[in-house]
Design a protein around this ligand. Structure first.
Ligand code: NAD
Length: 444
């Protein structure tokens, strides 16, 4: 079977390569010529562990190709997946659906009969039916099917998430017919996932679209709740690690997404919470919890910058701050909506000299952060002469740094660890003024 995947980004590349590994022939369509050139040259334009090798293997096996020729790819395809970006529309919380609708129009122009059109992008409720309406209007005589198959992969673990998913959500127009063409085709495509229990969950189109937003908004709320509990711990002498362990052992709560940090970021939570809140307001059922989560997360990043100022005694003019980590989390080069993009400009504006290091995010960060920041070659190079050190991302390389090694490079001894990567006692014993989110002052 042959399928087309529109969009050569995180989702399109990972899904395309994994479906190829399942035995399907896949053409990934990418319209950005520079990106397509890199893909064709085997130079994968994003960092995702294992993806280069997987793509190389699938191309060698003749199951994966890159192209900008949608018409030719569709002629041999049984299904087309739309995996293009759905960023926040400028000036509003709405999802910008222009890429999705452009893809729908392009599909309509070239679709063969009986094509299955699957939306993999995260899209507001109602978008799947809108895609169908666009195709129907352009080609009233075409027979086609539509489905929603939102993607749940996490950057940094994307391949494992795709091939060992908790669940695969599939929204269909026709939910009662177990042998509908859309259902049968998707069951075939995902057949390699089926162990004793099927991971495929079928539901209506609207439910599938909402499931993706509901899951992301819930996780964003969970992170934000942990952040607020961390602040309460600090103010009252609690230890957030103890509190979240105690909470997370309750199976109704679960241990994940309870680690405090500088605020959630990335390409999904910020835009998906905004889009859900906007859809809900438009539907006349505002989601107060989600709206509050968005506001609390924004405020957190600003408060962290204020906290650094307070730690430095009220002024950071002429203070050199080493910053370890720029990406919104470890194991990705994705800088979209990273907390560093809010926090560092505030520190820069307040007069701090910033020396930053990130194993993957620095190329993109250079284009997004203010001029005058020093991009270091290593964590120790960033720490050279620093009065204070700030950890923003939990890269494993940072955990290996010891008080002795950092003391040999830093001028000052103050650390704010926003990711709990070190043990407070080790640093305090070595004479550091070590602060960690969620760890209150020790009691006699
Ligand atoms: P991305 O911006 O990394 O990639 C999108 C790609 O599609 C770009 O390379 C772009 O040039 C290309 N493109 C856009 N329109 C095209 C067209 N008409 N023809 C060919 N190529 C086109 O986006 P992403 O991170 O892969 O996300 C895609 C969707 O999946 C979004 O809706 C996102 O919310 C969702 N999602 C993302 C993740 C993630 O971790 N990145 C996880 C789950 C879901």
């Amino acid at each position: 079977m042959h399928i087309t995947m529109i969009g050569g980004g995180y989702v399109g590349l990972v899904s395309g390569a994994c479906l190829a590994a399942f035995g399907t022939e896949v053409t990934v369509i990418e319209h950005d010529p520079a990106r397509l050139d890199r893909l064709e040259a085997g130079d994968i334009p994003l960092y995702e562990p294992g993806l280069d090798e997987l793509i190389a293997r699938q191309r060698q096996a003749g199951r994966l190709a890159f192209s900008d020729d949608l018409a030719s790819a569709l002629q041999k395809s049984r299904a087309v997946f739309i995996a293009v970006g759905t960023p926040t529309r400028r000036g509003s919380g709405h999802a910008d659906l222009s890429y999705v609708y452009a893809a729908a129009r392009a599909i309509a122009a070239h679709a063969p009969d009986n094509l299955l059109i699957v939306t993999k992008s995260t899209v507001p409720v109602g978008t799947g039916r809108q895609v169908a309406a666009i195709v129907r209007q352009a080609r009233p005589d075409l027979t086609f099917h539509i489905a929603s198959n939102p993607e749940f992969l996490r950057e940094g673990h994307a391949i494992t998430d795709f091939i060992q998913p908790d669940r695969v959500i599939i929204g269909l127009e026709e939910t009662t017919d177990a042998s509908s063409p859309a259902r049968t085709l998707l069951e075939t495509l995902y057949a390699p996932l089926n162990g004793p229990e099927s991971r495929l969950i079928f539901m209506g189109l609207e439910s599938a679209e909402l499931t993706k937003y509901a899951a992301n908004a819930f996780l964003a709320m969970k992170v934000t709740f942990a952040n607020e509990m961390a602040d309460l711990c600090e103010a009252t002498g609690g230890q957030i690690t103890d509190v979240t362990r105690g909470m997370g052992l309750d199976p109704r709560i679960g241990p994940h997404f309870l680690t405090p940090g500088p605020g959630y970021g990335g390409s999904c939570f910020p835009k998906d919470t905004q889009a859900l809140a906007t859809s809900a307001r438009l539907a006349g059922t505002p989601t107060q919890l989600v709206e509050t989560t968005i506001a609390a997360n924004e405020a957190r990043k600003r408060r962290l910058a204020e906290r650094i100022l307070t730690l430095a005694g009220g002024s950071i003019t002429d203070c050199t701050i080493a910053v370890l980590g720029l990406t919104f989390k470890a194991h990705t080069d994705d800088m979209r909506q990273a907390p560093s993009l809010t926090i560092l400009p505030l520190l820069h504006e307040a007069g701090a000299a910033l020396r930053v290091y990130d194993p993957q995010g620095m190329d993109t960060a250079r284009c997004l952060l203010p001029d005058g920041i020093l991009y270091a070659d290593s964590p120790l190079h960033a720490a050279e002469g620093a009065d204070m050190l700030l950890v923003l991302t939990e890269w494993p390389d940072f955990a290996a740094l010891t008080p002795t090694r950092l003391a040999a490079h830093m001028k000052g001894r103050r650390i704010l660890d926003c990711r709990q990567i070190w043990q407070a006692e080790d640093w305090q014993k070595a004479g550091f003024d070590y602060h960690c989110l969620g760890i209150g002052p020790s009691r006699p």
